[in-house]
Ligand binder design. Structure first.
Ligand code: FES
Length: 270
C-alpha cells in the first residue's frame, strides 16, 4: 500500500537527522507519489533557485537561453552591460511563447502578432494597437524574474522573495573558491560546432557525461582500467576538462599534472 506524503516526509526528515553511517535509501514511493511531486513543484521549483546555464554561454548583449521551470516558460537574456535578466517567455498580448532554444537577438519580437520588446522587456511596438483607446506601449513591460549569477552559473527563481543565492552558497564558496569557476568557459558547444552530426562526442569520453556523478566514478574507473591505458588517461582528462578558463588555461592545481596529456584527447586543454 502506498505511503502517505506525510509519512514519506517524516521518513525523509528522520533520515536527515541521522549520522551518515546510518543513512538509508529513500522510500520508493518518494519517486512517484503525486503529492510529493506537487510539493517539489511548489517548494523546489516554485521557490528555489534553478541553475539554467553559464554566463559564458551568453557573452554578448542579446544572447539568450530559453527553458521551462515546471510549466513556466522562461528566458534569460544578456543585457547591454554585464547583467543578465530573466523574464517569463510569454507575450503580454495573447500569451504566445516569445523565443525558442538559444540564440542571439537585438530585440524580442513575438512570432504571433509581432509585438516587440527591448532586451530589457519594455514594449516598444504593438501593431494596430494605436487604434485602442488609452493604450500606450510605455505602460507595458515583461515582468522581471529573479536572476543572479554565482561563480559563472546563472540562477533563476520564480519566487520574488527568495533569499539571494549568493548568500545561500556562501559556505560552498569557501570550499570551491580556489577553483575560480567564474572564469571557466564551457567547451561543449565549441566541440559540437562545425560538425554536421553529434559525432563530436567521440572526441571525448562518456566519462565526461558523468562528471557530476561522483558516486559512480569509482566503478567506472575500475572498468576503464581494463581498457587501454591511454584511453583511460584520455577519459580522465576529459572528465575534468568540461570547462576551460577564458584565458585558455586551467586554474586548478589538481588539473595541472595532467595538462601534458592534451594530445591524447586532442582538443580540450590549451
Ligand atoms: S501574442 Fe504576441 S503579439 Fe499577439
Amino acid at each position: 500500500m502506498r505511503q502517505s506524503a506525510d509519512e514519506l516526509l517524516r521518513i525523509i526528515t528522520d533520515n536527515a537527522t541521522r549520522d551518515v553511517s546510518e543513512a538509508q535509501s529513500l522510500p520508493p514511493d518518494i519517486y512517484h507519489h503525486p503529492d510529493i511531486l506537487q510539493l517539489e513543484k511548489e517548494r523546489l521549483f516554485g521557490r528555489g533557485w534553478i541553475c539554467v546555464g553559464r554566463t559564458a554561454e551568453m557573452p554578448d548583449p542579446g544572447d539568450y537561453i530559453c527553458f521551462d521551470i515546471v510549466d513556466q516558460p522562461v528566458v534569460v537574456i544578456r543585457q547591454k552591460g554585464e547583467s543578465i535578466k530573466a523574464f517569463p517567455n510569454v507575450c503580454l498580448h495573447r500569451c504566445s511563447r516569445l523565443l525558442d532554444g538559444r540564440g542571439h537577438i537585438s530585440r524580442i519580437s513575438c512570432p504571433y502578432h509581432s509585438w516587440t520588446y527591448k532586451l530589457g522587456g519594455q514594449l516598444i511596438g504593438a501593431p494596430f494597437m494605436q487604434r485602442t483607446a488609452d493604450f500606450d506601449t510605455a505602460d507595458h513591460k515583461l515582468r522581471e524574474l529573479r536572476c543572479e549569477s554565482w561563480e559563472g552559473f546563472v540562477y533563476v527563481s520564480l519566487d520574488q522573495n527568495a533569499p539571494s543565492i549568493a548568500g545561500q552558497l556562501a559556505d560552498l564558496g569557501e570550499i570551491v573558491g580556489d577553483f575560480r569557476m567564474a572564469n571557466y568557459a564551457p567547451v561543449y558547444e565549441a566541440m559540437m560546432s562545425g560538425t554536421p552530426t553529434g559525432s563530436a562526442w567521440l572526441k571525448t569520453s562518456w566519462m565526461f557525461i558523468i562528471f557530476v556523478e561522483c558516486t559512480r566514478i569509482r566503478s567506472v574507473s575500475t572498468a576503464l582500467l581494463k581498457i587501454k591505458r591511454n584511453f583511460f588517461r584520455a577519459a580522465m582528462l576529459s572528465r575534468i576538462t568540461m570547462f576551460r578558463t577564458t584565458r585558455g588555461r586551467t586554474v586548478s592545481r589538481h588539473m595541472q599534472p595532467i595538462r601534458g596529456l592534451k594530445a591524447i584527447n586532442g582538443c580540450v586543454l590549451t
